[in-house]
Design a protein around this ligand. Sequence first.
Ligand code: UT7
Length: 333
Amino acid sequence: MSLKSAITGTGHYVPPKVVSNFDLEKVMNTTDEWIVQRSGIRFRHYAEDGVGSKALGLEAARKALEDAKCDPADIDFIVAATLSPDHYFPGIGVQIQDELGCGNIGALDVRAQCSGFLYALSAADQYIRTGTYKKILVVASEVQSHNLDYSDDGRDMAVLFGDGAGAVVLEPSIGGAGHEILTTHLFSDGKNAEILSMNVPDSTKNPTFTSEVFENKLYFPRMDGKRVFVNAVERMPEAVRAALAAIGKTIDDVDFLIPHQANDRISLMVAQKLGIPVEKVIRNIERFGNTTAASIPIALDETVKEGRLKTGDLVLLTAFGSGFTWASAAVRW
Ligand code: UT7
C-alpha cells in the first residue's frame, strides 16, 4: 500500500486587537449594516504596527508543533503560504525556520493567495507520499490590515480582511496515527489575475517606485468583487466534486465542509450548490473576516479544538482566491 500523509497537529493564532464594524465606521465611509449584509463579518483581528505575517505564523506554528508533540529540531521541511510576507523577499519560510530553531532544512514559500494553505498542504503531502520528508510544518499567515485602502476607493476590500495564521504538522500515516489526507486537487486560471491583485512592486517598471505609484495608490490591492464572487461560488464546488470523484464518495458522505472564509454569502452559496446541509459547513468569518491563506487552518483548528470532528469523519477543505487559484483536500479524521 502506498504511503499517505496525516495531519498530526493543528494550531492557530490571531493578534489580540479586535476591530469591529463599528470601529471601522469611525475611520472610513462604511456601516455595520452594509458589512454584515454583504459579507456576514462583524469582527476581525488586526496586527499592531511592527508585527507581520512571520510573527503570527510563528505563533501558529508553535501551537501546531505542541499539538503534534513535535520538537522544532525534528521538522525536516517547511511550506509557508502568504500573500503578505514581511519582505518582498525573502519569504517568511526561512524566517520561521530560523526563529523556530529548526535545522538547515528546506523552506518553501507558496504564493497562491487565498488557496495558499491548500497548495502548501498538497505540496507537503507529495513530499510525505514519496518518502522524502517525515515531519513537515505547513503554515499559512497573513497581515493584510497594514496595506488596505481605507478610503472610498478601497472600502469594498478594506472591510473584508483580517489578520491571522494557522498551521498543521504533516507526517506519514502509519498505524492509524493522525488524520489521513486522502486527496488534494489544485487549479488555476491566470487570465483572471488582474481581477484581484496588488500590482506594485512591479519588476517590469524601471524605476518601480514613481510618483504615479503614490499619486494613484497603485500599491494597494484591488478587486472586482462581483467577478470574484461569481467565480468563487462555481470553482469551490468544482474543486470539492473533483475530490469526491477521486475518492469515490458523494456529498452525502461528507461530515464537514471547511470552505475558505471569503464571504459568508459565498460559503452559503457553495453549500447550496453542493447540496450539503448548512450545519455541516464551518463558518467563522463573523469573528475573523477573510484571513486569506490562513482562513482554512484557523477554521480547522477551531473546529478540532471545539471537539466537533470525530474519528472517521470525512472533512472536505476548499479554497478560491486571487490568481485565480482554487483547490480542495479531503481528510479522513
Ligand atoms: O478571498 C477572495 C477575496 N475576495 C472575495 O471573496 C470578495 C468577493 N466579493 C464580495 O464579497 C462582494 O462583491 C463584496 C462584499 C466585496 C461587495 O458586495 P456587492 O454586493 O458585490 O457590492 P457592490 O460591489 O456591488 O457595491 C454595492 C455598493 C456600491 O455603491 P453604488 O455604486 O451602488 O452606489 C459600493 O460603492 O456598495 C458600495 N460599497 C460600500 N458601501 C459601504 C462598497 N464597499 C462598501 C463599504 N461600505 N465597505
